[in-house]
Design a protein around this ligand. Structure first.
Ligand SMILES: [Zn+2]
Length: 265
């Protein structure tokens, strides 16, 4: 057979492709992403209306899976009826993870107590279903490790769009957490973050865009999308003495095993 050499497989482990930012050209973005080598997308349903839009996305695109949960910035909505709905949605819709959940103290929003209650509730659900938990953390390393230390038996933990301290990186390595890397780490100002990321071993790395957020520098649009992943991989791979292709392969193997994706890598 002839033709272009096969692209290394890429899995975007954190997208919001159901976001209205993609309403005008969503199918085109999917096609362009596949052409760029993205084989699978994990969409994050972070609120009840996003559970439904994630489901619709998977119905249309067989290379989509999703996580279901409640974002820490929406934690004030977490109450017993939502717990019931989330459990029910997990049973019916079969997500690959719970989340994104965690702590975000970088903006004003729900109180610590509200965020803690919502996070704990979702940790309990993740533990009950044996599902990985996708964690969103901003300015909250200590609260995060304190809480997670109370849950030694959890299924794998994913620290999405890692933006933590060296201490958090060492804690994550010790605990065997998976760590999502993407546009944030590519920024010029992110040199300290890049050095911190070197502490994570390659068998725990995941590629992610967080589309439409966190566009890497140099991208043509302020809206991020998965076509940026090959460039992100090429930029970050030298931190682990890898080529971009090797980082794509390694992170895809990691993601496929973590989320139980059959058709990839
Ligand atoms: Zn997200």
């Amino acid at each position: 057979m002839t033709g272009a050499p096969a692209l290394p497989p890429i899995i975007d482990t954190h997208t919001h492709l159901d976001d209205p930012a993609f309403d005008l050209d969503r199918d085109f973005v999917f096609e362009a992403s596949r052409t760029a080598g993205v084989r699978h997308f994990v969409n994050i349903g972070y609120a009840p209306d996003r559970w439904e839009s994630s489901r619709l996305l998977r119905e249309r695109h067989p290379d989509v899976d999703f996580a279901l949960g409640l974002h820490p910035q929406l934690a004030d909505r977490y109450e017993s009826s939502l717990t019931r709905e989330l459990k029910q949605a997990i049973q019916v819709l079969n997500p690959v993870a719970v989340g994104e959940s965690g702590f975000d103290f970088s903006r004003t929003g729900p109180s610590f107590v509200e965020q803690e209650r919502a996070f704990r509730g979702q940790l309990e659900i993740a533990a009950a279903f044996g599902l990985p938990i996708i964690v969103h953390q901003r300015d909250a390393s200590d609260a995060l490790t304190t809480e997670l230390d109370r849950w030694p038996e959890l299924a794998p933990i994913v620290l999405h769009s890692f933006d933590g301290t060296q201490r958090l990186a060492d804690w994550a390595r010790e605990r065997g957490c998976f760590v999502g890397i993407g546009g944030l780490a590519v920024r010029r100002s992110s040199e300290p973050l890049r050095q911190t990321l070197r502490r994570i071993t390659t068998d725990r790395l995941l590629l992610e865009t967080d589309s439409p957020y966190l566009a890497p520098p140099g991208s043509t649009s302020r809206r991020n999308d998965p076509t940026n992943l090959p460039g992100i991989a090429t930029a970050l791979a030298p931190l682990w003495n890898l080529s971009g292709e090797e980082l794509c392969w390694q992170t895809s193997v990691n993601a496929a095993a973590l989320f139980g994706l059959q058709s990839v890598a």
